[in-house]
Design a protein around this ligand. Sequence first.
Ligand code: CA
Length: 540
Amino acid sequence: MKRRFFKLLSLALSVLMLSSCAVFDTRSETDKVVDDIKTLGESPDDNYRTWYEVFVYSYCDSDGDGIGDINGLVSKLDYLDALGITGIWLMPVHPSTTYHKYNVTDYYEIDSAYGTLEDFDKLISECHNRGIKLIMDLVINHSGSEHKWFKEATDYLRALEEGAEPSEADCKYVGYYNFKKGAAASGFSQVNGTDYVYESRFSYDMPDLNLSNENVRAEIEDVVKFWLDKGVDGFRLDAAKEFFYGSIDKNVEVLSWVQKTVTDINKDAYLVAEVWDSFGTVRDYYESGITSIFNYPFGDSSGKIISVLRGAGQPLAVKTYAEALVKADKAYRENNPDYIDAPFLSNHDVGRIASFVGSNEEKMKLAGAMNLFMSGSAFVYYGEEIGMTGAGNDPSKRAPMYWNAERDGGTTNLPPECSLPDEYVCGSLEEQIDNHNSVYSYYRQAIAIRNALPVISHGIPSVETALNKECISAHRKTWDEEECIIIYNINGEAAEVDLSDYADWSLAASLSANGEGIALEGEMLKLSAFGAAVLVPTKD
Ligand code: CA
């Protein structure tokens, strides 16, 4: 009798457990919101993507030596996929004499600390399996001083007989760099044991390549072909402003040449150049026809997004944001009608967004949305999505991804001379992942909105004058037949936006920075402090 009772009980429990799977939704609140957002639509498979910059060294260590590696990154692709990332920019992965690897000593290999070419092949295919594109840093302004080209050139110069002139016929590599006789002035370094100097704008161990030399160009062509043939989807061009020191015209010519060289091999390849300069200069470089240039005038601590957030609560400061978006788009588009903007907030050189806004979580979140809701290819710097801080020397801007508070499970060692903040105010990924109000969950939603409404990334902006007032920043985007209106409350207090003239529009998505609701109540849009909303035309 007793036995039968327990049998029945266990049967009843099994039924209950089975049915509970069907009845109870096990998704987190953020999962549900993101799934709802995804029903709005999806982005085409083009180069207007949501990119993520990875410093492999500090991302994820797969083999316990404390240095991040390619296989570690592969193990995090599901994480990035869930975050909504559709493209990865890898900082240099080639053999190098420095931890950051911008001194390349072999353009055809993977640094052994990071892995092997086979690991890299696997990374490409695992990215592509998930619809994620992969671009690599292409460092052509300079090689490493330990590159065989430079070593052979300097060995040759040292062996020259007194009074003899160097000849490319004897050693072609002397033409690869900018050698000259004389004292080492600023931007030049001495070839030890000779009276020659060489151009080295960044550092003695980064000799500038002579990009007017045909052999150098042939080498670069071989390099890009090698990686494109492997399946890499494009390149980030390091230090484009320094190709020819002080000459925009010559640099524009190099960029045009790279663009043509790369797209002749793969017409869909994506190129984004680093021109770390003001609005007018970025605009001038678009004459090269290069697809994308990082939008420094909007990113970094001095860029438009952060400066507007610093002026939060001041109507005049807020008013300029939508106007600046329109002005930049017009100017860039005029110089290259096919340009794709490349907004970012932070990268490995400029420090982390959380440090720019005094670790104010609400501002950090809205800054993230303002970046992700810009047109073009938006870039997120690893760790930005969990509000990591990082400022000071370069290694401190490149700290280990903060996976969990125990700093285990793939967490890397610190790069040399990196100092960590006393605490990360937003916590580790593990502490944020199930919290609907975390920076991480906010980024997931913001990226989902960007990916689901391609008019956000593809649209041409215009100021929505009727709504762009007080501390409300509003702009419209238009792409083919599609439109949206993006509204930010750039203020620490809740606001109401009168939408009585927008009866044909609906609230498609919103982002709350403080957990308080955002809703369209009748004709009034209620926007919480630092809230963001996206309106779309109501479908019949
Ligand atoms: Ca490792």
